[in-house]
Design a protein around this ligand. Structure first.
Ligand code: AMP
Ligand code: MG
Length: 518
């Protein structure tokens, strides 16, 4: 095993593409380059708060046992083979072209090759870069804990995601106006080391197309395919690649819908070219089922990034990527065909996934109606999504009357049901029981399917909120507990957290709604 400070890092991206090597951190447009050298700005006193043992093992890295390692994680020291840089990308934010954005507070240190796989190591919150614009390049403890825990939670849920190796506090205060309401306050600063095969976004490609740097665009596409989609080649490889990106994107969104994850900021600069969940900001799981729920205060009143809109936003974002690729193609029709096929491909996967959540042996055409009935039920009655599906898993198949059904599901609702609502619940559940009885597999097989599709533990915002408050008071016990709970989302090992969101959390600032200010 090696340590962070003794490992040898590769710098393939840096060597392959033009960059600005001046090291100047002044915010500026950087035409002609794909990245700019950016050395992390030292912090007062980096302290390791959390470390992902499993990920470290995958990376063949030993837990920091020297000051040097922690200094790397805090941005105070850069190993010799590292080449720290900030990537230049653009993007569409909330539906509008935003021009150059770039890594404003993320700095890639190097690439680590482990058993033929390469991992990019990146610090988030390590100080200004040429892309910081008017911001400070820093992250606060609150948002760093959220990124650290949630990206690992998604990994254990089996959902494609960037990972997080470490969380350090910096010892420096950071000024933040948490709700953009003119009340800035100092918070503790922190830095997360994130890890992924690549942090390339749709926006990296959009940037080159917008600047009309077509040769670099071609080189970046070629490199991305060669490195991350090596199975694709031939004359039509760009088309096949776009199809693969579209498939990964829609599959990712199906997975988000499965567990009730709302990303909150699906701008094209936050869309991974590898179909990973990336940039954890004002995200949230659904507590009560609500397709209109957006956790992001900046997303109001339009609710562009609400839970129910995620699939169509995925398509919209893919169109932006397709537009960036047009200059590389003689004929853009095949791209249009892929976009045209997005909806059908999405729904095919989505209904199959819902069939698994419901424990159906097969998905028949008539089951689509049942899924739609369930969606209408959930939307109208707004039960706790996670608890409701856990109830379905244990549902007895014997005849039950309305009162019995109500009593059975009562614990998943956030309000007392009206007589009409009870009737809706009864109708759908009765139809569901009838359907389950036609399953050709055993109830146990069906339950097993449901167990894998329905998490029992989700990292709810109120839990994160409590953990962060405690950490701010110097107590890391809840964080450590959550760090264990996220590893077993489908088991009953942490049933102490299988509870509805408490009343106090429904309206609490920083708990149900969050801003991008982090
Ligand atoms: P986001 O909405 O977090 O994806 O951020 C959009 C853009 O703003 C990206 O280019 C970020 O790097 C940049 N950004 C966000 N927060 C900061 C910050 N505190 N300092 C510098 N740049 C930031
Ligand atoms: Mg971002």
């Amino acid at each position: 095993m090696q340590t962070l400070s003794t490992a040898v890092y590769k710098r393939e991206f840096v060597d392959r593409f033009p960059g600005d090597h001046s090291g100047d951190l002044t915010p500026r447009p950087t035409p002609g380059v794909l990245y700019s050298k950016a050395i992390p700005t030292a912090v007062k006193k980096p302290e390791l708060l959390a470390w992902s043992k499993d990920l470290a093992e995958t990376l063949g890295l030993q837990e920091p046992d020297s000051e040097k390692d922690v200094e790397i994680l805090g941005g105070n020291f850069v190993a010799e083979s590292m080449y720290p840089y900030a990537a230049c990308y653009a993007g569409h934010q909330f539906g509008n072209w935003a021009g150059q954005l770039g890594d404003g507070r993320a700095i890639t240190l190097g690439e680590l090759e482990v058993q033929g796989k390469t991992w990019e190591l990146q610090l988030k919150g390590a100080g200004p870069t040429p892309y910081s614009r008017r911001a400070d390049g820093r992250a606060v403890l609150r948002s760093s804990v959220r990124e650290y825990l949630m990206s690992e939670a998604m990994y254990y849920l089996g959902i494609p995601t960037t990972r997080a190796l470490s969380l350090v506090s910096t010892g420096d205060p950071v000024l933040r106006d948490m709700f953009y309401n003119g009340n800035p306050a100092y918070e503790q600063g922190a830095i997360v080391m994130r890890v992924a095969p690549s942090f390339l976004r749709f926006g990296n490609f959009e940037m080159l197309a917008a600047r009309n740097e077509i040769e670099q665009l071609r080189k970046l596409v070629d490199w991305t395919i060669e490195r991350f989609y090596p199975e694709l080649n031939g004359d039509d490889k760009i088309i096949h690649w776009f199809k693969a990106v579209a498939d990964r994107t829609l599959s990712l969104i199906v997975e988000w819908q499965r567990v009730g994850f709302v990303h909150g900021v699906m701008n094209t600069d936050n869309m991974s070219i590898l179909g990973l969940t990336i940039d954890y900001g004002p995200y949230s799981f659904l507590d009560d089922y609500d397709p209109n729920f957006t956790p992001n205060t900046t997303d109001l009143p339009g609710r562009r990034y609400a839970f129910g809109n995620q699939p169509s936003v995925g398509r919209w974002n893919l169109i932006r990527l397709a537009n960036a690729l047009v200059p590389l193609l003689v004929d853009k029709k095949p791209l249009e065909q892929i976009i045209d096929g997005y909806q059908d491909a999405y729904f095919l996967k989505y209904y199959t996934m819902m069939g698994e959540k419901l424990g159906l042996d097969e998905l028949f055409q008539s089951d689509v109606d049942l899924v739609v009935d369930f969606e209408e039920l959930l939307t109208a009655l707004k039960p706790d999504m996670t608890i409701f599906f856990q109830c379905l898993m244990e549902l007895p198949l014997e005849a039950m009357n309305v009162e019995q059904i109500l009593k059975y599901f009562e614990g998943s609702f956030y309000h007392a049901l009206s007589p009409e609502e009870m009737e809706t619940l009864n109708d759908v559940i009765q139809a569901y029981i009838m359907r389950l009885k036609t399953n050709t597999c055993t109830r146990e097989t069906s339950r097993e399917k449901m167990r894998m599709a329905n998490p029992r533990f989700i990292l709810r915002n109120y839990l994160l909120h409590e953990a962060i408050e405690e950490l701010n008071n110097g107590d890391n016990s809840l964080i450590l507990k959550l760090q264990e709970a996220i590893k077993k989302p489908y088991s009953n090992a942490f049933d102490e957290f299988l509870k509805k969101r408490p009343d106090w959390a429904a309206k609490k600032a920083g708990c149900s709604m969050l801003s991008c200010s982090s």
